[in-house]
Design a protein around this ligand. Structure first.
Ligand code: ATP
Ligand code: MG
Length: 444
């Protein structure tokens, strides 16, 4: 097996070997290269101690010295170089209490999570694959290195990682590994929200977000995202729907681009439906108010997961308006755009389209036709620069003051009124007309 190493990686391995050390590319980069995927980053494992690595390379960063990791900079790109190590006993299924450095590559490979992540490569030795990672790559299987129960007992996050890799690679989790997850999923409550969020996000933006089903089936989501279990367990008896809330969500995720904001929006767009469900006299289910409630609940969930604020705001904004359907005419669309207050309104069309495509075929073509008209109207409004925000209004606060208004909160209220006027009638958006209107109607 031959692997094409990037020039910088060859150089680092070479320098280490020149100094009498062993060094290999290891883990995800080896796995991805064999699969013909481009690796996120190249990690290097070596017999050299951190001080030795720092002595050999000019530019290094102490990334995690106590765990043996030094980042070596080559042409402004960082490569993590980690000393062979054995992870000691794990505390609370979270962190290894201590790590021991070793001179034995095999010991280092043994501490890694899955067989497909436990392969190392350099040009002198070739591929080191002690646990048949290659076989599992061929078979498309996620399997723990060693005893699954023990490995998940050491670090509970590995259970979520198993599902994340299954989702990224389109692999199946091997039976014993899966059974161990079902047994130990509860331990995930001890894992930090940050680490969980990283893995959940990778799962969501992967080629197989439908692996969310596995999170439910194995009991993982009961611990990290119980709201998902409620969605999986909420039926929708309604002509517009053919799935439970959870299955509709999975279908919608499959209809939308692999973008973090869009995927989180689809995941959570109906998150409040289990809370908002009512059933009428004819046995039809309704979910009144679920977009607004959903935006609030989504914010709570994403805060809990330590998501960044920009993502939270974008996702919650989209969820809040995902069911708003203005009349397909310019005036109504301008008002809807202003009221939505989204930083990127175009995303809403992607969200709505995915949502429709994941509903029943009843009226589906009509819904798609409406959405196409709605988007064309929006595009025309933007390309003709019709005013849809305070920023685009032909006058600002200083113009009102120049016209004789006292500085103060009233200025904001007048600008708001003028904007409403311009949303109704874009031809009003000139300085002259707006000042004239203000003097005549707004009593300054
Ligand atoms: P990605 O493409 O997402 O970066 P990766 O396999 O490189 O995937 P990382 O989280 O970057 O995943 O970890 C790098 C390597 O470190 C893994 O391939 C694996 O060998 C090892 N590893 C990471 N996390 C764990 C863990 N929790 N338990 C055991 N080994 C781990
Ligand atoms: Mg990696």
């Amino acid at each position: 097996m031959q692997i094409q190493l990037p020039e910088a990686v060859r150089w680092i391995l070479n320098e280490l070997q020149k100094h009498g050390q062993d060094a290999y590319a290891v883990g995800g980069c080896v796995r991805d290269t064999i699969l013909g995927r481009s690796p996120q980053d190249w990690d290097i494992t070596t017999s050299a101690r951190p001080e030795q690595v720092k002595a050999i390379f000019k530019r290094t960063i102490d990334t995690g010295i106590q765990h043996g990791t030094v980042t070596v900079m080559v042409d402004h790109v960082g490569y993590e170089v980690t000393t062979y190590r054995i992870d000691g006993e794990y505390e609370d299924a979270r962190h290894p209490k201590e790590v021991t450095f070793t001179s034995n590559l095999l010991e280092d490979l043994k501490r890694r999570d899955f067989t497909i992540n436990a392969m190392a490569y350099n040009e002198t030795t070739g591929l080191v694959d002690a646990f048949d990672g290659i076989g599992d790559l061929r078979r498309g299987i996620i399997r723990c290195v060693g005893n699954a129960r023990e490995r998940f007992g050491e670090d509970a996050l590995r259970m979520l990682r198993a599902v994340r890799f299954a989702a990224q690679l389109g692999f199946t989790i091997e039976a014993e590994t899966r059974t161990a997850i079902e047994e130990l999923a509860g331990n995930l409550k001890k894992v930090s929200a940050e680490r969980i969020q990283v893995e959940l996000t990778k799962l969501l933006v992967s080629a197989h977000p439908d692996e969310l089903r596995t999170l439910y089936q194995t009991g993982i989501s009961a611990v990290i995202l119980p709201e998902w279990d409620a969605m999986m367990e909420t039926a929708q008896n309604h002509p517009h729907h053919c799935y439970s809330v959870g299955e509709h969500t999975i279908a919608a995720l499959g209809e939308i681009r692999a973008d973090k904001v869009l995927r989180y929006t689809m995941l959570l767009h109906d998150v409040a439906k289990p809370l908002c469900k009512t059933t009428d006299g004819k046995g039809i289910d309704h979910f009144y108010g679920h977009p607004q409630k959903g935006a609030e609940l989504a914010r709570k969930i994403m805060r809990r997961l330590k998501m960044d604020n920009a993502t939270i705001d974008a996702v919650c904004g989209l969820i809040r308006v995902h069911d708003v359907n203005p009349k397909p005419e310019r005036k109504a669309v301008r008002h809807a755009v202003y009221r939505a207050g989204l930083s990127d309104y175009k995303l809403l069309f992607e969200v709505k389209r995915a949502d429709i495509l994941a509903q029943s075929s009843y009226m589906q073509q009509e819904k798609l036709d409406y959405l196409r008209d709605y988007e064309q109207i929006y595009d025309a409004i933007v390309s003709e620069r019709e005013c849809i925000s305070l920023k685009q209004l032909a006058i600002g606060g200083s113009d009102l003051i120049a016209a004789g208004m006292k500085p103060g909160p009233e200025i904001g209220r007048v600008l708001q009124k003028l904007l409403e006027l311009v949303l109704d009638d874009p031809s009003m958006n000139t300085k002259e007309k707006l000042i004239g209107y203000t003097l005549k109607n707004l009593f300054i």
